[in-house]
Every structure is written in C-alpha cells, then in structure tokens.
Design a protein around this ligand. Structure first.
Ligand SMILES: C[S@@+](CC[C@H](N)C(=O)[O-])C[C@H]1O[C@@H](n2cnc3c(N)ncnc32)[C@H](O)[C@@H]1O
Ligand code: SF4
Length: 430
C-alpha cells in the first residue's frame, strides 16, 4: 500500500516513475557553469564522528578515532580549496555544521575547519551547529562561542530517564537539563533542543511534562520529531516497535497536538514542520536554503538542476581527496518538474513562503502552475493562502509528517542505506 502511494505521489509531483542516482558525477567545468548561475548559497559541513552509535540513528556516522579525525580535517580543507574558485566570492548566506556529532572535533580540528571556511568563502552569516549534551561543559561552551557559533542545537531526545536509557543515551534527565541551562546562560543567539516523541512506551503525561519543562527551561527553539524507524538501524530492524501503524500514527498526532498547545501557550510559533521558536528569537535551521553546497563525508549538494552526494565512509572520503579526486559518489540531474516539486516541498516544510518567491525562482505564476492543488489543500485545511503568502496549518504540518514517513524516510533509507553499504555505489534507485 505504502509503495503504491509513493509511486502515485512521485508520478503526480514529478512525472517520474523513480529517481535514479548514478556514479556520473558533474565535472569541475560543469560545476563552474552551474555556479555561474547562482547568486548566493548555503554551506553544509558534515562531521561523521560520534562517541557512540545510537540504535535509532539513520545519519552517516562512525565511531570517533583520532587518526581518522586528523586526516578528516586535512581532507575537508582540500575539498574547501577545491571549491574556492568555483564558489568564488558569492555570498554564503547560511553555514550549518551537522553530523554525526560536530562537537567530537571541538578540540581537534573544528576551529581549523571553521577558520579555513572563513578564509576561503565569503561568509555573510552566523554559524549553526549541532552538539551532544555530554560535550557542553562551561569551558566547551565558551570555546564553541569563540569559534563564532551563534546558533547551537543540542541532541536532548528525552527528559525522562527511562526513555534515555531505552535510547541508549549516556546521560540522565537532570544532567541534560543542567547542560541546557548552561548553554542558555552562555548567550547564544539561539539554543535549539532536539527531542523525539512517540517513543516506545511513552505516555501522553510524559510528553506533556516534557513540553512544559522545555518552556520553563527557556529554550529558544524546540524541534520535536516522532521517532522514525529506518530499516537499516538496529531499532528499525526489531519488528516489535515497527507494527501498529495506525495506532502509532494516532499517538503521534495526539502527542504533536499536546506539544503544539504547550508551545503556543508558552509564546512560541511554529517555524518549521517540526520546530517551535520563541516569538522574536532567531530560528535555528538546518539546510533548507534553496541552494547549498555540502562538504564532508556524506555531504549532499543541491545546485538548482543537480543533486549530488559525497561518499559516506570517512576513510574513503579522505583517500579520494588525498588522491586529488572529488569525493562525489552519486548524482542525479533534476528535471524542471522535479525542481519545482522539491522547491515547494522545502518551502512548505519551512511553513510559509511568498508567492513571488516561486515566481522569482521559476518565472511563472504559482497559481497557474499549482492552483488546483493549492485550492484542494486549502479546502482540506492544510494551507492558508492570503493571496500573497502560503502558510502551512497545524493540520497540514501533521500530514506533512505522514507524507515524510511515506516519501522522504523511504528515500533516505534507500539512498543512505545504499551509500552506507557501498562507499562508491554504481547507482541508487529511489
Ligand atoms: C545528528 S543528531 C544530534 C546531534 C548529536 N549527534 C546527538 O546525538 O546529540 C540530530 C537529531 O536527529 C534526531 N533523530 C535522530 N534519529 C532519529 C530518528 N530515528 N527519528 C527521529 N529523529 C531522529 C534526534 O533528535 C537528533 O538529536
Ligand atoms: S544520534 Fe547523534 S550521537 Fe547518536 S549516533 Fe546519531 S549522530 Fe551519533
């Protein structure tokens, strides 16, 4: 059934039967030509190291090793150099350092990487970075700030010891609350806290208390994701947690409703499908900017009519750059229809956009191109449309989550699953 819905949605939105990424990476000359047509871009830097591997985690990560980390810094700097004349002086309007766990490299190369990025690119933005709660001592927080990171995200996951234990997180609820307080007291422009909900055995009462705690702690932003089960993770493989789709979906809907109520009452606004930001605070955001360049092992780049992905393994990534090769492993050229569908998906994910943004990007009126769909979505109560702007409603956000489960989680599973199995795959079919 899910396969059928996926097939139908893909055909409807892109006209394609499948999305096929292949080994044929864009050449240096092609990249030059692509960047010529780009005015501004975002940068994503991937740090694939973690001190432990969590059983639910789908990301490209491996255990930290100091020898690999040294080689990784050198390789990243080589990749940055590779792009220096391609990107040239174009303004970089967002810089996101994600992982894995970027703070594993806090004392071994992170400052060097950020320094090299500043030196090479025309950075006109703050830095947003992910962190692990166990790395947030007062000294480390000051160090993070001194590197120019103004927007910090903390992978908190839960505020109940029982759930932290089930997720194999190596801290207690009281310890992680202290880390949040410490981070807030360091005066970042934005402290975001990631939590997961609809965890096995989690009660509505617990999610209610977690929401209230986060408001009380005064986080600038909370990103709440339902626990997604990726088939290639240890937790995704256990059938006990996979079943009961309808029950699970009702539970998610109710829990999200509880969080929405608490955050709205606490003075927060929805700032993406998953996130609530304190009114007036700047958003912490991952890479949803329309065009971005991804650096590092597993870094993905989206440049208007092409998407490409670097090799996943840190050792393979290092080796490629040492050999003077590009680290790109898979790429796909995007048809105009795929670009439009992708653009719309991400703008709706950000919960609002101006109709003129679409006009500026694609040179046509959105109502002419998608008027029928927009009217249907408005009628279903998923979107609001005041003539100028399209805004996602809470009901729309829930269905976007459901869609994510069917579409993007499946795509990510196939793409990342393939890339994890084979660092240089022939192809990946989504
Ligand atoms: C890269 S991790 C966060 C930083 C750091 N590595 C850590 O674990 O503290 C990004 C976030 O994605 C979310 N996440 C990871 N796996 C997930 C899953 N299976 N379902 C939903 N959210 C997930 C978690 O909230 C996690 O904090
Ligand atoms: S959740 Fe964070 S610490 Fe755990 S494996 Fe994933 S990236 Fe690493």
């Amino acid at each position: 059934m899910e396969r059928l819905i996926r097939y139908f949605l893909l055909r409807l939105l892109t006209g394609e039967r499948e999305i096929r990424l292949t080994k044929a990476a864009p050449s240096r000359d092609q990249l030059h030509a692509k960047f010529k047509r780009i005015d501004t871009l975002g940068l994503y830097v991937h740090i694939p190291f973690c001190e432990q591997i969590c059983p639910y985690c789908p990301y490209n990560k491996e255990l930290y090793r100091s020898d690999l980390a040294d080689g990784y810094v050198k390789a990243l700097k080589r990749e940055i150099d590779f792009y220096s004349d391609i990107v040239a002086n174009k303004p970089v309007t967002s810089l996101y350092i994600g992982g894995g766990t970027p703070t594993t490299m806090l004392h071994c190369g992170l400052a060097d990487i950020i320094g090299h990025l500043r030196h090479t690119f025309n950075l006109q933005c703050d830095i947003h970075m992910e962190s692990h709660p166990n790395h947030l001592s007062a000294g480390n927080l000051s160090l993070i700030k001194s590197m120019g990171v103004q927007h910090l995200s903390i992978g908190v996951e839960a505020l109940v010891d029982r759930h932290l234990k089930n997720l194999c997180r190596p801290y207690t609820a009281s310890g992680v609350k202290e880390a949040i307080r410490r981070a807030i007291s360091h005066g970042f422009k934005c402290v975001n806290v990631d939590v997961m909900f609809a965890l096995p055995g989690q009660t509505y009462q617990e999610i209610e208390e977690t929401g209230h705690e986060l408001v009380k702690l005064g986080v600038d932003q909370a990103a709440a994701y339902p626990l997604f089960l990726f088939p290639y993770t240890p937790m995704g493989k256990t059938s006990a947690t996979r079943g009961h789709v309808i029950f699970q979906s009702l539970k998610r809907r109710r829990m999200l409703g509880i969080l929405e109520r608490i955050f709205y009452q606490g003075g927060y606004e929805r700032s993406s499908a998953w996130a609530f930001t304190r009114r007036g605070a700047p958003r912490y955001c991952s890479v949803t900017v329309p065009l971005y360049l991804g650096l590092g092992a597993g870094g993905g780049s989206y440049l208007r009519d092409v998407f490409y992905l670097n090799t996943f393994g840190a050792a393979e990534y290092i080796q490629a750059l040492e050999d003077g090769r590009m680290a790109i492993a898979l790429s796909v050229d995007l048809t105009e229809r795929m670009q439009r569908a992708g653009w719309l998906y991400w703008r709706i994910y950000e919960t609002r956009f101006r109709k003129t943004d679409y006009q500026d990007r694609f040179g046509e009126d959105i109502d002419k191109a998608y008027g029928g769909y927009l009217r249907l979505l408005r009628w279903l109560g998923f979107l609001k449309d005041d003539g100028q702007r399209i805004v996602l409603s809470d009901r729309g956000a829930f269905w976007l989550h459901a869609c994510e489960d069917i579409l993007s989680i499946d795509y990510i599973s196939k793409l990342w699953g393939t890339s994890r199995r084979d660092p240089w795959p022939e192809q990946a079919i989504l």
